[in-house]
Design a binder for this molecule. Sequence first.
Ligand code: HPA
Ligand code: ZN
Length: 372
Amino acid sequence: MCPPSTWHTFLTHLPKCEHHVHLEGCLTPTLIFHLATKNNIQLPSPTKNPAYASIATLTARYGHFTSLDDFLSFYFIGMTVLKHASDFEELAYAYFQRAHEDGVHHAEVFFDPQVHMERGVQYEEIVSGYVAGCRRAEKEWGISTRLIMCFLKHLSVESAGRLYEIALEAGHLYTTTADSNNKSEEEKKEGVIHGLGCSSTEVGPPKDMFRDIYASASARGINLTAHAGEEGDSSYIATALEIGAQRIDHGIRLGEDEELMRRVAREGILLTVCPVSNVQLKCVSSVAEVPIRKFLDAGVRFSINSDDPAYFGAYVLECYCQVQEAFGLSVEEWRVIAENGVRGSWIGEERKRELLERIDAHVKEYKVLLEG
Ligand code: HPA
Ligand code: ZN
């Protein structure tokens, strides 16, 4: 689904930041079957789960998710085929390649070590693979990248705590206070993981289950985000902010609480909205129901993201196109969205300036063509 061609070209080349994409959500059915064979991993038998009969049946099943948890049941099976650092590297590299083609200049990507580690994959194997994928993409396409490590809400707090300690001990967690003069050389070491997040099942686990970990991370100056307000109501967003999240992943239920929405707008908190994901997981019945217009009018900052593109059938450009189809935004409104994505990114001022200049030049070039 695409708007007329000049709009499509405008959206393709609009310099984008993506802040909400799970690397494990970039595993296509083709790659799942390929890696399962290569790594000798047993996928569910088709007699137990007919979706795993072939690439075609799995792809077809992905078109009929009934809820977040229904999707997650496939997502956590899919990722079991990843075993070696090279698998993680290839997966990340493939995402960045596609993102680059879609006009992404800066990408902040989630990864979920806990499930991999529970089945015996070493933390180092995962992180070194993903870091290598990031470095290759940076070198090849000049894209800037950030890794965000997610804690999973359907697993125990203790499991998340163990992962947090491992990442801390490895010196992997980037802190925003890293260049303070009071820090020792060891403390100044720049981490390869630029933030922490949490995801998986929303309604059920305690809203504040990672309170202690987030408090510890906040005190260390580690960037924090959290999935909230996807299936859960606006109180999940309020709790995520209360425990220290600086951004909200999804956040589409924010509009239910006018006061909270005003606060989010006032404080410039970024929502990483995923419109196609919301449709695929039946959080809304169409992209037109995602509160894009409401957020724009209220001055709420948000970016547009793909979430799990291999499962939802839409990489980020397609998400932009579907938003344009549904809302018919103006060039200046796209400028606001693109600029807010830069402002909400976990990058330095110089990179922000560079990206803002690219957006400005692009918008100026297309404004006349599209709006006369
Ligand atoms: N929500 C929660 N957890 C997830 C998602 C999501 O959209 N994608 C991958 N893990
Ligand atoms: Zn997500």
